[in-house]
Design a protein around this ligand. Structure first.
Ligand code: IVH
Length: 667
């Protein structure tokens, strides 16, 4: 690149980054992913280094950005609020290490912390009383949001004990935990209000809301990670933070001392995976030199300290073009719109498709074909679309016309009241529903029949089976007529089908694939009503009387048995010898050993897989849930259990049991 071209590019990058900063800090909008932003910033820094004569103190490479809002009073920070250097590459961490080694001939220690993804805040305490809370602003001055911050329960207004410095600032991140965020969105959805896109933008938006009572209603929380004062009690960052916890601050317990960068990398690698199990968002790891004297020695650049750096996990949100929409028909006939996207790199993988959930979601975001959409990868496998960049909308954008009939069988779709999804009602004639039902029926947790998806597909396509009942009338010859089936594989499958006749009734009930009747519900109904005849003849009222069976489930069961086709299938299964009543001998005694207690499973186990443990819990009358709450009775803990889970159970005083202890309970 010629010098002129380089300078033009510098101008362009400065403008672009300034625009993104304004959008991010003032309007809480992320137009680009962090990854893209950081790449642009890196490019700018490199070019500026090559062109020192073209420096500018207001360049995005020097100033921190800005989150100032006109309506709030601006105040100067007592100490500038710097940002952190960041990297996505482990090589650069070794560079960080070499620089430290060069500048610090003596021993030093790193402290690793999670990089919380929210809005940063600086709290000022005088004589143990919170007197001011400032947003980062441009790093020198910030917005005074004290009234809003005072509504956050985990921020102490008055400190405990007496051994805190008279005067200090403590900094941290205001964020919204997933549970609160989802609940807030659920309520908004119920009230017909637009849902929030993600916890980070909602946290920073909330902080800058002028109505304090609205702020108070938001589930904001705050982690503190950095304390500054002229008279701190210890020379170690780690020690000071532990003391701050005793004064009443919410100091994260996930913090680790590391002796070298290899230990740091282990911490990073662990959390790169485990972060998906955290109850809040993090976007990386922060690495700090522990000793404050050494921190001083290393000093800082205009923008960030040299004694700390951050490793950022790959971007979680990107923007790309929506090319078209496909409609998938699920096992139960539920229609899911799926977006075809211009391929884009997201969190290390190329994304071409993303779920759009349902027609409401499309309308809510006003998503149109050819729009640029934000795609996010959460805990789910399929990424989802979380918003639209309307500024980039062009004339060729086309409003979505949601389909009216099933793309597989042409039947007119229905949408039940209160349901978000459209359904194809042709459950016995729609090919994906037929195949899906059979796949569900034979699955391990249901009848446990060993046939591959491709086998089911071939059997249906060849017309050898039309429903789950037909499986029991298959002959070896039928199977041998399929491609890739030999004598051995054919007899294995026949044997497996034969064996499924011993599968207990509650699993058969689950295997039928009645809408809303999952494993636990099937188990409850089977043990309550004992036989398929009783279930078939039960009234809505009788079903609702059963513990944990609501109207929705009851109505679905009644509906299922109204269908002549379903009754014929059940007859076929009955004739074949499938279990349609509970075996009192086997089941009753084991039934209630766990006495309805709730378990959460975490970690890896020696003797059983997690799925097997879940099955055992249900089999012995317990309940299995995914997340820890006050209702949890036990945490069944294996190896490598996430510290966040441990922290939560300790807080709630929930007993932790090992695999062996659990097996004893059901012995
Ligand atoms: S320390 C001088 N520790 O990341 C450095 N920052 O880009 C003081 N952040 O502005 C910050 N988690 O908003 C620190 N454990 C952590 C953090 C953290 C998140 C944020 C913070 C800061 C930004 C740096």
């Amino acid at each position: 690149m010629s010098k002129d071209k380089e300078k033009r590019r510098i101008d362009q990058l400065r403008k672009l980054l300034q625009h993104y900063n304004h959008q991010y800090y003032n309007l809480s909008i992320s137009e680009v992913s962090d990854f893209e932003y950081d790449n642009l910033l890196k490019e700018l820094i490199d070019l500026e280094l090559k062109n020192p004569d073209y420096s500018d103190s207001s360049s995005a490479s020097v100033s921190v950005g800005g989150d100032s809002n006109v309506e709030f009073e601006k105040e100067a920070h007592s100490f500038p609020m710097l940002s952190l250097d960041n990297t996505y590459s482990k090589e650069e961490l070794f560079d960080f290490e070499s620089r430290n080694k060069k500048l610090l001939p003596e021993d030093y220690q790193y402290i690793c912390e999670l990089k919380y993804d929210g809005a940063s805040i600086s709290l000022k305490y005088e004589n143990g009383i919170l007197i001011r809370a400032l947003t980062r602003g441009d790093g020198t001055t910030g917005d005074n949001v004290t009234a809003n911050v005072k509504t956050i329960k985990s921020i102490p207004l008055k400190l405990k004990g007496t051994d805190y410095p008279d005067n200090f600032e403590i900094r941290g991140e205001i964020f919204i935990p997933h549970e609160g965020f989802n609940e807030m969105n659920r309520i908004r959805e119920e009230n017909g209000e637009p849902e929030f896109a993600n916890p980070r933008n909602t946290a920073s938006g909330s902080l800058k809301t002028l109505n304090t009572s609205i702020v108070a209603s938001r589930p904001l929380d705050c982690f503190l990670y950095y304390i500054i004062s002229k008279n701190l009690p210890s020379n170690s960052h780690y020690e000071n933070m532990q003391l701050a916890r005793e004064w009443g601050f919410n100091v994260p317990s996930i913090i680790q001392k590391c002796k070298d960068i290899n230990e740091v990398i282990k911490f990073i690698e662990y959390w790169d995976i485990e972060r998906l199990n955290l109850p809040y968002d993090i976007d990386g790891i922060v690495i700090k030199i522990d000793n404050l004297k050494q921190q001083q020695k290393l000093g800082m650049t205009a923008k960030s300290p040299r004694w700390a750096t951050s490793f950022k996990f790959k971007a979680d949100q990107v923007k790309t073009k929506l090319l078209s929409i496909d409609y998938q028909v699920g096992r139960t006939g539920a229609i899911t719109p799926v977006a075809n996207l211009e391929p884009v790199l997201l969190a290390g993988t190329t994304v071409k498709r993303a779920s759009l959930h349902n027609s409401d979601q499309i309308n809510l975001f006003d998503i149109r074909v050819n729009d640029f959409v934000y795609v996010e990868k959460g805990g789910e496998i399929i990424p989802k679309i979380v918003g639209v960049d309307k500024d980039l909308r062009t004339e060729d954008s086309k409003a979505v016309e949601y389909i009216k009939s099933c793309p597989e069988c042409g039947t007119e779709l229905v949408r039940d009241e209160g349901e978000a999804k459209h359904y194809c009602p042709n459950d016995t004639g729609c090919p994906p529903q037929i195949k899906g039902r059979i796949e569900h029926f034979i699955s391990r947790k249901a009848m446990n029949i060993g046939a591959a998806e491709a086998t089911v597909e071939a059997l249906v396509d060849k017309g050898l089976i039309h429903d789950i009942g037909d499986l029991y009338f298959l002959t070896k010859e039928d199977l041998l007529s399929l491609e890739r089936f030999a004598e051995k594989s054919a007899s294995n499958l026949i044997e497996s089908i034969e064996k499924s006749k011993e599968v207990p009734f509650h699993k058969v009930l689950f295997a039928l694939g009645i809408r809303y009747v999952g494993e636990t519900v099937a188990k409850t109904i089977a043990s309550e009503l004992k036989t398929i005849e009783n279930i078939k003849n039960a009234s809505l009222e009788e079903l609702i009387e059963i513990n944990e069976i609501g109207e929705r489930i009851a109505a679905s069961i009644i509906d299922y048995f109204k269908s002549e086709i379903h009754l014929k299938i059940i007859d076929k299964l009955k004739i074949s010898g499938v279990q349609f009543e509970i075996n009192v001998d086997n089941e009753q005694e084991s039934e209630n050993k766990l006495n309805n207690q709730t378990f959460v499973i975490s970690g890896t186990f020696e003797k059983h897989s997690r799925d097997e443990l879940k099955e055992l819990i249900v089999k012995y009358g317990g309940k299995n849930t995914g997340s820890i709450s006050a209702k949890t009775n036990y945490l069944l803990a294996g190896e490598n259990i996430g510290p966040s889970k441990l922290e939560k159970v300790r807080k709630l005083n929930i007993p932790i049991i090992s695999e062996d202890e659990f097996l004893k309970m059901i012995e």
